[in-house]
Write a protein that binds this ligand. Structure first.
Ligand SMILES: Nc1ncnc2c1ncn2[C@@H]1O[C@H](COP(=O)(O)OP(=O)(O)OP(=O)(O)O)[C@@H](O)[C@H]1O
Length: 290
Protein backbone atom coordinates (compact mmCIF):
# COMPACT_ATOMS: atom_id res chain seq x y z
CA UNK A 1 0.00 0.00 0.00
CA UNK A 2 1.33 3.44 -0.79
CA UNK A 3 0.71 6.72 0.97
CA UNK A 4 0.35 9.87 -1.05
CA UNK A 5 3.15 12.02 0.30
CA UNK A 6 6.61 10.82 -0.70
CA UNK A 7 9.01 10.02 2.12
CA UNK A 8 12.14 10.68 0.09
CA UNK A 9 12.32 13.26 -2.68
CA UNK A 10 15.00 14.77 -4.85
CA UNK A 11 14.58 17.96 -6.83
CA UNK A 12 16.96 19.27 -9.46
CA UNK A 13 19.81 17.04 -8.31
CA UNK A 14 23.10 17.81 -10.00
CA UNK A 15 26.45 16.24 -9.25
CA UNK A 16 29.62 17.19 -11.03
CA UNK A 17 33.01 15.50 -10.79
CA UNK A 18 36.17 17.34 -11.71
CA UNK A 19 39.12 15.54 -13.16
CA UNK A 20 42.50 16.73 -14.31
CA UNK A 21 44.19 15.13 -17.30
CA UNK A 22 47.95 14.42 -17.31
CA UNK A 23 50.77 16.70 -18.57
CA UNK A 24 51.74 20.33 -17.93
CA UNK A 25 48.93 21.74 -20.10
CA UNK A 26 46.32 19.67 -18.31
CA UNK A 27 42.91 21.28 -18.20
CA UNK A 28 40.27 20.60 -15.58
CA UNK A 29 37.41 18.62 -16.99
CA UNK A 30 34.01 18.76 -15.39
CA UNK A 31 31.75 15.76 -15.76
CA UNK A 32 28.05 16.16 -14.94
CA UNK A 33 27.27 12.65 -13.74
CA UNK A 34 23.78 13.66 -12.57
CA UNK A 35 22.09 16.52 -14.37
CA UNK A 36 18.83 17.73 -12.83
CA UNK A 37 17.18 14.59 -11.46
CA UNK A 38 13.79 14.69 -9.69
CA UNK A 39 12.47 11.61 -7.94
CA UNK A 40 10.01 10.59 -5.24
CA UNK A 41 9.88 7.39 -3.19
CA UNK A 42 6.79 6.61 -1.11
CA UNK A 43 6.33 4.15 1.73
CA UNK A 44 5.56 0.66 0.47
CA UNK A 45 6.58 1.25 -3.15
CA UNK A 46 9.57 0.54 -5.32
CA UNK A 47 10.94 3.13 -7.69
CA UNK A 48 13.48 1.54 -10.02
CA UNK A 49 16.17 3.68 -11.57
CA UNK A 50 17.48 2.08 -14.75
CA UNK A 51 20.03 3.00 -17.37
CA UNK A 52 23.20 1.75 -18.95
CA UNK A 53 26.60 1.81 -17.28
CA UNK A 54 27.75 5.38 -16.62
CA UNK A 55 24.26 6.90 -16.84
CA UNK A 56 24.51 8.17 -13.26
CA UNK A 57 22.47 5.57 -11.34
CA UNK A 58 24.91 4.93 -8.50
CA UNK A 59 25.72 8.61 -8.14
CA UNK A 60 21.99 9.35 -7.82
CA UNK A 61 21.66 6.56 -5.25
CA UNK A 62 24.53 7.95 -3.21
CA UNK A 63 23.10 11.47 -3.40
CA UNK A 64 19.66 10.24 -2.30
CA UNK A 65 21.18 8.49 0.73
CA UNK A 66 23.40 11.51 1.45
CA UNK A 67 26.57 9.51 1.05
CA UNK A 68 27.53 12.21 -1.43
CA UNK A 69 26.68 15.92 -1.50
CA UNK A 70 24.98 17.40 -4.54
CA UNK A 71 26.54 20.21 -6.56
CA UNK A 72 23.02 21.62 -6.89
CA UNK A 73 19.52 20.59 -5.90
CA UNK A 74 17.95 19.12 -2.80
CA UNK A 75 17.17 15.81 -1.18
CA UNK A 76 14.33 15.90 1.32
CA UNK A 77 12.97 13.38 3.76
CA UNK A 78 9.36 13.84 4.89
CA UNK A 79 9.48 17.30 3.37
CA UNK A 80 12.63 18.42 5.22
CA UNK A 81 15.75 19.30 3.24
CA UNK A 82 18.49 16.93 4.39
CA UNK A 83 21.30 18.23 2.21
CA UNK A 84 22.91 20.14 5.06
CA UNK A 85 22.06 18.02 8.08
CA UNK A 86 24.79 17.28 10.61
CA UNK A 87 25.05 15.57 14.01
CA UNK A 88 21.95 14.02 15.56
CA UNK A 89 19.70 15.12 12.69
CA UNK A 90 21.97 13.37 10.17
CA UNK A 91 21.99 10.24 12.34
CA UNK A 92 18.20 10.29 12.35
CA UNK A 93 18.16 10.57 8.54
CA UNK A 94 20.60 7.67 8.31
CA UNK A 95 18.35 5.53 10.46
CA UNK A 96 15.45 6.28 8.12
CA UNK A 97 17.28 5.82 4.80
CA UNK A 98 19.66 2.87 4.53
CA UNK A 99 21.65 1.44 1.62
CA UNK A 100 22.32 -2.10 0.39
CA UNK A 101 25.32 -2.20 -1.93
CA UNK A 102 26.08 -4.36 -4.94
CA UNK A 103 28.88 -6.54 -3.67
CA UNK A 104 28.32 -7.82 -0.14
CA UNK A 105 31.87 -9.15 0.01
CA UNK A 106 33.37 -5.70 -0.40
CA UNK A 107 30.71 -3.83 1.62
CA UNK A 108 30.87 -6.17 4.66
CA UNK A 109 34.03 -6.17 6.75
CA UNK A 110 35.58 -9.63 6.16
CA UNK A 111 37.22 -9.64 9.61
CA UNK A 112 34.01 -9.03 11.53
CA UNK A 113 31.36 -11.52 12.60
CA UNK A 114 27.75 -11.16 11.44
CA UNK A 115 26.87 -10.01 14.95
CA UNK A 116 29.41 -7.21 14.82
CA UNK A 117 28.41 -6.26 11.27
CA UNK A 118 24.68 -5.99 11.83
CA UNK A 119 24.98 -4.13 15.13
CA UNK A 120 27.57 -1.67 13.76
CA UNK A 121 25.02 0.92 12.52
CA UNK A 122 23.52 1.10 16.03
CA UNK A 123 26.96 1.45 17.63
CA UNK A 124 27.86 4.13 15.10
CA UNK A 125 24.73 6.02 16.06
CA UNK A 126 25.49 5.43 19.77
CA UNK A 127 22.19 3.65 20.22
CA UNK A 128 21.75 0.68 22.57
CA UNK A 129 21.16 -2.69 20.91
CA UNK A 130 17.62 -3.70 21.93
CA UNK A 131 17.68 -6.95 23.91
CA UNK A 132 21.47 -7.29 23.59
CA UNK A 133 23.64 -7.91 20.53
CA UNK A 134 23.25 -11.69 20.37
CA UNK A 135 19.45 -11.86 20.60
CA UNK A 136 19.08 -8.85 18.29
CA UNK A 137 21.32 -10.42 15.66
CA UNK A 138 19.58 -13.79 15.87
CA UNK A 139 16.17 -12.17 15.37
CA UNK A 140 17.42 -10.14 12.39
CA UNK A 141 19.03 -13.21 10.83
CA UNK A 142 15.76 -15.08 11.08
CA UNK A 143 13.92 -12.19 9.47
CA UNK A 144 16.20 -12.30 6.42
CA UNK A 145 16.21 -16.10 6.13
CA UNK A 146 19.63 -16.87 7.64
CA UNK A 147 20.44 -19.48 10.26
CA UNK A 148 20.68 -17.54 13.57
CA UNK A 149 23.23 -20.06 14.85
CA UNK A 150 25.68 -18.57 12.33
CA UNK A 151 25.87 -15.12 13.97
CA UNK A 152 29.51 -15.76 14.92
CA UNK A 153 30.61 -16.49 11.35
CA UNK A 154 32.43 -14.17 8.95
CA UNK A 155 31.17 -13.03 5.52
CA UNK A 156 33.47 -15.36 3.57
CA UNK A 157 31.76 -18.33 5.22
CA UNK A 158 28.51 -17.49 3.42
CA UNK A 159 27.42 -17.77 -0.21
CA UNK A 160 26.83 -14.61 -2.27
CA UNK A 161 23.08 -14.67 -1.68
CA UNK A 162 23.50 -15.28 2.05
CA UNK A 163 26.07 -12.50 2.31
CA UNK A 164 23.65 -10.12 0.61
CA UNK A 165 21.07 -11.13 3.23
CA UNK A 166 23.59 -10.01 5.88
CA UNK A 167 23.81 -6.66 4.03
CA UNK A 168 20.01 -6.43 4.14
CA UNK A 169 19.96 -7.34 7.85
CA UNK A 170 22.52 -4.61 8.55
CA UNK A 171 20.33 -2.10 6.69
CA UNK A 172 17.25 -3.18 8.70
CA UNK A 173 19.04 -2.94 12.06
CA UNK A 174 18.29 0.77 12.52
CA UNK A 175 14.64 0.49 11.46
CA UNK A 176 14.68 2.38 8.14
CA UNK A 177 11.60 3.32 6.15
CA UNK A 178 13.49 3.64 2.86
CA UNK A 179 16.17 1.31 1.54
CA UNK A 180 18.32 2.33 -1.40
CA UNK A 181 19.29 -0.89 -3.19
CA UNK A 182 22.29 -0.03 -5.38
CA UNK A 183 22.51 -2.96 -7.81
CA UNK A 184 21.80 -5.08 -4.72
CA UNK A 185 21.08 -8.28 -6.65
CA UNK A 186 23.23 -7.66 -9.75
CA UNK A 187 26.21 -9.71 -8.62
CA UNK A 188 24.07 -12.78 -7.82
CA UNK A 189 23.22 -15.55 -10.22
CA UNK A 190 19.67 -15.67 -11.47
CA UNK A 191 18.08 -18.23 -9.10
CA UNK A 192 19.70 -16.55 -6.08
CA UNK A 193 18.58 -13.16 -7.40
CA UNK A 194 14.97 -14.35 -7.46
CA UNK A 195 15.15 -15.49 -3.83
CA UNK A 196 16.68 -12.22 -2.63
CA UNK A 197 14.05 -10.27 -4.60
CA UNK A 198 11.34 -12.34 -2.89
CA UNK A 199 12.88 -11.46 0.46
CA UNK A 200 12.92 -7.75 -0.42
CA UNK A 201 9.27 -7.95 -1.49
CA UNK A 202 8.26 -9.75 1.70
CA UNK A 203 10.07 -7.19 3.86
CA UNK A 204 8.35 -4.44 1.90
CA UNK A 205 4.93 -5.97 2.54
CA UNK A 206 5.64 -6.59 6.22
CA UNK A 207 7.22 -3.24 7.03
CA UNK A 208 5.91 -0.87 4.35
CA UNK A 209 9.47 -0.14 3.20
CA UNK A 210 10.04 2.14 0.24
CA UNK A 211 12.79 1.09 -2.15
CA UNK A 212 14.90 3.14 -4.51
CA UNK A 213 16.07 0.22 -6.59
CA UNK A 214 19.04 0.80 -8.87
CA UNK A 215 19.48 -1.79 -11.60
CA UNK A 216 20.72 -2.16 -15.13
CA UNK A 217 18.89 -5.46 -15.66
CA UNK A 218 15.32 -4.88 -16.79
CA UNK A 219 14.31 -8.48 -16.08
CA UNK A 220 15.02 -7.78 -12.41
CA UNK A 221 13.24 -4.42 -12.53
CA UNK A 222 10.17 -6.10 -13.95
CA UNK A 223 9.99 -8.36 -10.90
CA UNK A 224 10.14 -5.66 -8.26
CA UNK A 225 9.33 -2.16 -9.51
CA UNK A 226 6.06 -0.28 -9.16
CA UNK A 227 7.43 2.71 -11.04
CA UNK A 228 10.47 3.09 -13.25
CA UNK A 229 12.64 6.11 -14.07
CA UNK A 230 15.02 5.82 -17.01
CA UNK A 231 18.33 7.63 -16.66
CA UNK A 232 20.40 8.62 -19.68
CA UNK A 233 23.50 10.84 -19.43
CA UNK A 234 22.46 11.87 -15.91
CA UNK A 235 18.89 12.86 -16.84
CA UNK A 236 15.57 11.13 -16.35
CA UNK A 237 14.35 10.77 -19.93
CA UNK A 238 11.19 8.86 -19.08
CA UNK A 239 9.34 7.71 -15.99
CA UNK A 240 6.07 6.00 -15.31
CA UNK A 241 4.41 2.98 -13.84
CA UNK A 242 6.16 -0.26 -14.66
CA UNK A 243 3.53 -1.89 -16.83
CA UNK A 244 2.92 1.15 -19.04
CA UNK A 245 6.63 1.78 -19.43
CA UNK A 246 7.38 -1.80 -20.43
CA UNK A 247 4.31 -2.04 -22.68
CA UNK A 248 4.62 1.32 -24.42
CA UNK A 249 7.97 3.06 -23.90
CA UNK A 250 7.79 6.63 -25.17
CA UNK A 251 11.45 7.54 -25.36
CA UNK A 252 13.77 6.05 -28.00
CA UNK A 253 16.43 5.38 -25.36
CA UNK A 254 13.95 3.35 -23.27
CA UNK A 255 13.08 1.31 -26.37
CA UNK A 256 16.79 0.62 -26.92
CA UNK A 257 17.18 -0.51 -23.31
CA UNK A 258 14.14 -2.77 -23.56
CA UNK A 259 15.44 -4.31 -26.77
CA UNK A 260 18.74 -5.27 -25.13
CA UNK A 261 19.01 -8.92 -24.14
CA UNK A 262 18.86 -9.35 -20.34
CA UNK A 263 22.40 -9.73 -19.18
CA UNK A 264 23.38 -12.68 -17.10
CA UNK A 265 26.89 -12.28 -15.83
CA UNK A 266 28.57 -15.56 -14.96
CA UNK A 267 31.91 -13.72 -14.90
CA UNK A 268 30.70 -11.65 -11.91
CA UNK A 269 29.89 -14.78 -9.96
CA UNK A 270 33.32 -16.18 -10.81
CA UNK A 271 34.99 -12.93 -9.68
CA UNK A 272 32.94 -12.97 -6.47
CA UNK A 273 34.00 -16.52 -5.67
CA UNK A 274 37.64 -15.62 -6.28
CA UNK A 275 37.40 -12.60 -3.95
CA UNK A 276 35.64 -14.65 -1.29
CA UNK A 277 38.36 -17.31 -1.46
CA UNK A 278 41.05 -14.63 -1.15
CA UNK A 279 39.35 -13.14 1.90
CA UNK A 280 38.85 -16.53 3.53
CA UNK A 281 42.56 -17.24 3.07
CA UNK A 282 43.42 -13.85 4.63
CA UNK A 283 41.20 -14.34 7.70
CA UNK A 284 43.38 -15.19 10.73
CA UNK A 285 42.43 -18.52 12.34
CA UNK A 286 41.51 -16.88 15.69
CA UNK A 287 38.79 -14.96 13.88
CA UNK A 288 37.15 -18.08 12.50
CA UNK A 289 33.66 -18.88 13.73
CA UNK A 290 33.21 -19.36 17.43
N1 LIG B 1 33.98 9.75 -7.67
C1 LIG B 1 33.94 9.99 -9.00
N2 LIG B 1 34.89 10.75 -9.59
C2 LIG B 1 34.84 10.99 -10.91
N3 LIG B 1 33.88 10.54 -11.75
C3 LIG B 1 32.91 9.76 -11.21
C4 LIG B 1 32.89 9.45 -9.81
N4 LIG B 1 31.80 8.67 -9.58
C5 LIG B 1 31.17 8.49 -10.77
N5 LIG B 1 31.84 9.16 -11.75
C6 LIG B 1 31.47 9.23 -13.17
O1 LIG B 1 30.11 9.63 -13.23
C7 LIG B 1 29.43 8.94 -14.28
C8 LIG B 1 28.24 8.22 -13.71
O2 LIG B 1 28.72 7.17 -12.88
P1 LIG B 1 27.72 6.21 -12.06
O3 LIG B 1 28.57 5.23 -11.31
O4 LIG B 1 26.77 7.04 -11.28
O5 LIG B 1 26.94 5.48 -13.24
P2 LIG B 1 26.10 4.15 -13.20
O6 LIG B 1 24.92 4.38 -14.08
O7 LIG B 1 25.83 3.74 -11.79
O8 LIG B 1 27.08 3.12 -13.90
P3 LIG B 1 27.44 1.61 -13.46
O9 LIG B 1 26.20 0.81 -13.72
O10 LIG B 1 28.56 1.25 -14.38
O11 LIG B 1 27.85 1.68 -12.02
C9 LIG B 1 30.46 8.02 -14.91
O12 LIG B 1 30.99 8.66 -16.05
C10 LIG B 1 31.49 7.86 -13.83
O13 LIG B 1 32.77 7.61 -14.40
Amino acid sequence: MTEDAPLLSARGLVREFTSRGGGPLARRRVLRAVDGVDLDVRAGETLALVGESGSGKSTTARLAARLLDPTEGTVSYQGEDVTRLTGAALHHFRSQVQVVFQDPFSSLNPRHTVERIVTAPLRYQRRPVPGGARAFTRALMERVGLNPDHSGRHPAQFSGGQAQRIGIARALAVGPRIVVCDEAVSALDVSVQARVINLLRRLQREEGLGYLFIAHDLAVVRQIADRVAVLHHGRVVESGDRDSLFAAPRHAYTRTLLAAVPRIRPEWEAARRARAAERAAATPPEEESR
